[in-house]
Design a protein around this ligand. Sequence first.
Ligand code: FEO
Length: 165
Amino acid sequence: MKSKKLLKALNDQIQFEFSSAYSYLAMAAYFESQNLPGFAHWMIMQYQEETAHAMKLFGYVHDRGGQVTLQAIDQPEARFKSPLDVFEKVLAHEQEVSKSINALYELAGRENDYPTVVTLQWFITEQVEEEKTAQEVLEQVRIIGNHGVSLLMLDRQLGTRGTQH
Ligand code: FEO
């Protein structure tokens, strides 16, 4: 990979994906503590997806003859007010990831690195899905409010989530 700037940005994205994974794992721990195993399972699936995103970029950088430099990951937020609070944060987080991927895509274009442009198209499509899924669960949690039985039903539904990637 010729562009040092692009290599640095890809490394930053790898850090962002791993740190996203870590944040979702912290959310899984919160849900476990709240006796909501389905929500916790959903977050663990999300953790695995983010790890897969990071590893996709990890493999790509090496395919292009670059070297990944792993960066520190901050301690994730662990205290939440409610499932609603968590899912508001999930959606906001995914919107930030989308912004970051879009900026990376723009940079790859400016640097005339077409293989990276093509590789990032997958991530752009993936982010549409990620935001949509987060939005859907957020809406459900919002509708449920403080209705305990509905929350347990949603917990059961979220517990059936499989891995996508
Ligand atoms: Fe890897 Fe949820 O973005």
